[in-house]
Ligand binder design. Structure first.
Ligand SMILES: [Zn+2]
Length: 288
């Protein structure tokens, strides 16, 4: 029988910010990716640059993932999906299908990734007697509602607003009384509000609009209209009565140990706990 104290300690969801960076390469921040774990289940939300290195830093690996969940198909959120697919395939020693959940369009992207890997798949099947099958991948395209992944952690999704990137979705995880929403890239919207209602923690990508709007580069300014600022993310968390806001995807990135100004901007609109930091920053969400 499980010790009640140990059982109690397990009643939580853990959030690990695997990559707090953005499309801009940064020597210290990997691309967008977040790990959510509940019990023995591990969910990778987005698969940006360097995701497998950071998974290793979080004592996880492609082989341990219950599923990969994609918020949208912007390149910075999926650059290393090929690495997740290939590493899962090569480094597990029996067929271990990788479940990839994402918005409509995900299947096409995965098919193209697999097509790009065709030479590699051929080399490895020819070279390893026990690797006689291509990467087993199951793609589930979703729009809204519960997603049946067969585990103890309940996963659901709702549409977000990252236009003109369409469709985009956020994910919610409910496990034994703990609840976490991972928003991805979005402006404040009704779909995200719906997903957040009654949840405890919100992981939200943000950009400093007050900084970017003064950068005289059109391509940077173009990003203002489809991301949230720390203030907007804070208002979303406050509207839903959440306990914790976790900021990630820092544009422009702040140095390690910094970010207090980001926290203050959010704190003006949200009275709960605000978390931010370096890659591998970890937040535990216990049932309230
Ligand atoms: Zn995006």
């Amino acid at each position: 029988m499980t010790d009640p104290l140990i059982r109690g300690a397990n009643r939580m969801l853990a959030i690990t910010l695997l990559g707090t960076g953005s499309p801009m390469p940064d020597p210290h921040r990997a691309g967008p990716a977040t790990l959510v774990t509940g019990g023995a289940e591990q969910f990778l939300v987005d698969a940006g640059r360097g995701v497998l290195m950071r998974l290793g830093g979080a004592a996880s690996s492609a082989g341990q993932l219950s599923a990969v969940l994609l918020t949208h198909l912007h390149s910075d959120h999926i650059t290393d999906l090929n690495d997740v697919i290939t590493s899962r395939w090569v480094l597990t020693f029996e067929p271990s299908p990788l479940t990839i959940v994402g918005p409509i369009g995900t299947r096409t992207v995965v098919d193209h990734i697999l097509a790009s890997l065709e030479p590699d798949i051929g080399y490895r099947i020819a070279h390893h007697d026990d690797l006689y099958y291509p990467p087993p991948v199951e793609v589930i395209e979703v729009t809204e509602g519960k997603i049946d992944l067969g585990g103890q952690v309940a996963v659901s999704c709702a549409p977000t607003d990252h236009k003109p990137v369409e469709p985009s979705i956020g994910f919610r995880f409910d496990y034994d009384g703990a609840s976490v929403v991972v928003a991805g890239d979005t402006v404040p919207c009704e779909g995200l509000d719906r997903l957040c209602a009654g949840a405890q923690a919100l992981v939200h990508t943000v950009i400093r609009k007050d900084v970017i709007e003064n950068v005289p580069v059109k391509r940077m300014q173009d990003t203002l209209d489809y991301h949230s600022s720390p203030e907007e993310a804070a208002k979303t968390a406050a509207r839903a009565g959440m306990e914790t806001l976790v900021l990630t995807h820092y544009v422009p990135a702040f140095p390690s140990g910094g970010g207090e100004d980001w926290r203050e901007l959010a704190a003006a609109h949200f009275a709960g706990t605000i978390e931010l930091g370096d890659d591998l920053h970890r937040v535990e969400v216990h049932p309230s």
